[in-house]
Design a protein around this ligand. Structure first.
Ligand code: CDP
Ligand code: CDP
Length: 230
């Protein structure tokens, strides 16, 4: 029997983390955990409550009171906040524009990391985000830093937009670059490749090709650990 491991996938927006992480989890029969959706859920509640995204104390209190559950589904993972299904509300342009400000707040980050570590306790998770390999799961047996050229990442995201969305490809590319900058430059747990992460540049690769590579690495890591235990 092969040991179950944890797999951390970090990288900038549009790199393909969630698409690929879902495929890897399904191939290995692991649980997929989308940590970006958790920051998006907190942002939704901050916007609904009218709080300022600068108010760490108030937003922190709000976040402490949120029970965020990720329910596995074959296609879309369902996100519940205090029992309410908010899945369909999380990918709006308004949340895209605010989420990196909420994600800078120390109290929000510590609360999310606590929930995420709890979810990964039993091993067998594929977790994607910005700080998983560096901060949330520093002991993950496989860490991947997934990227692609800025243009390709913007193009991937542009193709996903609802028809009629009022944004050009250039504008979307600028917004993604700005969010990446905020994520890289923040003080706490910024977007960063862990020293022991494998770098995977997916420019020109299909999501299936990327997932296959990560599954191979994951199986190799799991076999090495199983062999060491014998
Ligand atoms: O899907 P996309 O890459 O556009 O974003 P996401 O993964 O849903 O993450 C949205 C935002 O949440 C990021 O831009 C970060 O500001 C924040 N985030 C974070 O700070 N740490 C994580 N582990 C995951 C997301
Ligand atoms: O989670 P992240 O922001 O890193 O990316 P995503 O939400 O998975 O979005 C990536 C988009 O690019 C999806 O529409 C994928 O179908 C597509 N794609 C990919 O994920 N990986 C590739 N190698 C090629 C395309």
């Amino acid at each position: 029997h092969i040991h179950r491991i944890n797999i951390a996938i970090d990288g900038p927006a549009g790199a393909g983390k969630s698409t690929v992480a879902r495929k890897v989890a399904s191939a290995l029969q692991y649980v997929y955990i989308d940590t970006g959706a958790m920051y998006r859920a907190v942002t939704l509640k901050v916007l609904e409550s009218g709080l300022s995204t600068d108010d760490d104390a108030a937003v922190g209190r709000l976040a402490d009171g949120l029970d965020i559950a990720l329910l596995p589904g074959d296609e879309a993972q369902q996100v519940r906040v205090n029992g309410e299904n908010v899945t369909a509300l999380l990918r709006s342009l308004e949340i895209n524009r605010n989420v990196s400000f909420v994600a800078r707040l120390p109290r929000v980050r510590s609360r999310m990391a606590e929930l995420q570590r709890r979810m990964a306790q039993g091993k067998g998770v594929v977790m994607d985000g910005r700080d998983i390999g560096t901060h949330v799961l520093p002991d993950a047996e496989l860490k991947v830093f997934l990227t692609a050229s800025p243009r390709e990442r913007a193009t991937r995201r542009f193709r996903e937009l609802e028809p009629g969305t009022e944004i050009t490809l250039n504008q979307l590319e600028r917004e993604i670059a700005e969010r990446d900058r905020l994520d890289r430059e923040r003080a706490i747990a910024p977007l960063l490749q862990a020293a022991d992460a494998r770098l995977l540049d997916s420019t020109g690769m299909t999501a299936d090709e990327v997932a296959e590579q990560i599954v191979q690495w994951g199986l190799a890591a799991a076999r090495t650990i199983s062999a060491e235990e014998k």
